[in-house]
Design a binder for this molecule. Sequence first.
Ligand code: SAM
Length: 300
Amino acid sequence: MKSISDQNPPLAPGLYLVATPIGNLEDITLRALRILRSVDRIACEDTRQTQKLLNHFAITTPTVSYHLHNEGQRSVELVEQLKDGASIAVVSDAGTPGIADPGHELVTAAISAGIPIFPIPGANAAINALIASGLATEHFTFHGFLPAKEGQRRTALEAFRKQASESALQQAGTHIFYEAPHRILDTLADIESTFGPAQPVVIAREVTKLHEEFLRGTVADLRSQLGSRASVRGEIVLLLSPIAAQSTGLLTRSIAEEVAALMQSESLSEKDALKRIARERGIGKSEAYRELQREQNRLR
Ligand code: SAM
């Protein structure tokens, strides 16, 4: 029989990308704990946040900060230490490093320097929301966060709608986004006006935590469900199925294209065409007008 020391040989030098829990502290692997205990240092998105996890598991490995604002400089320093034979773990505040979190820059720098990279698998909000969503899992696209500003968010959604009319969205399967709770209602409104009220959506909130919740329905249903709450809190993954979007009939044309078509085919004024489109899409007239302006500006 192997002794414990045989089973746990000394750690090879290199960069270890260690996934940590996204809410439930039990969601850390035995291997992740061993790596965090054994490396020379742990590069953390936020050392204070990671210290809570390390204290919980009585891990005393030294930490160093590695975040969005020092990623470039810190990558250079860490790669120098790796070249000298160090073993370094990278962790983010929660989940898998490098996925909507720091990590990628250090990985590319380490690869260029010929350093071995070891992924240590574990929690990730997008994948766990997807598998429980009931939406297609065979194909999916992860987009990270949608833009926070309304205009840019509408432009991004409009781009997906355009791809859909070329059937790329269908092939891309389920679309996965991270979203902040204070923006979710605005984002759902933008999804409704871009893809139509029947667009199926899943909201995965507080995954693995005490108040975990999956809301499944049309975008119009979920908008009214969440809108009736005093506030929306917690962390959210938003998932979009392409299927009903294709059947709404809204996908083949942008607002500008629909306005032009109505003006030509029914001799409507731009104002009346916009009024009709707004009614059909379930959005306000001024919202339709703003979208038309954005589309026209993009074409200029
Ligand atoms: N690297 C992380 C991962 O692997 O999932 C994601 C980090 S990203 C900065 C944080 C976002 O992920 C949150 O704003 C939220 O959209 C999503 N998220 C993280 N934990 C979550 C949870 N427990 N439930 C739902 N969404 C979560």
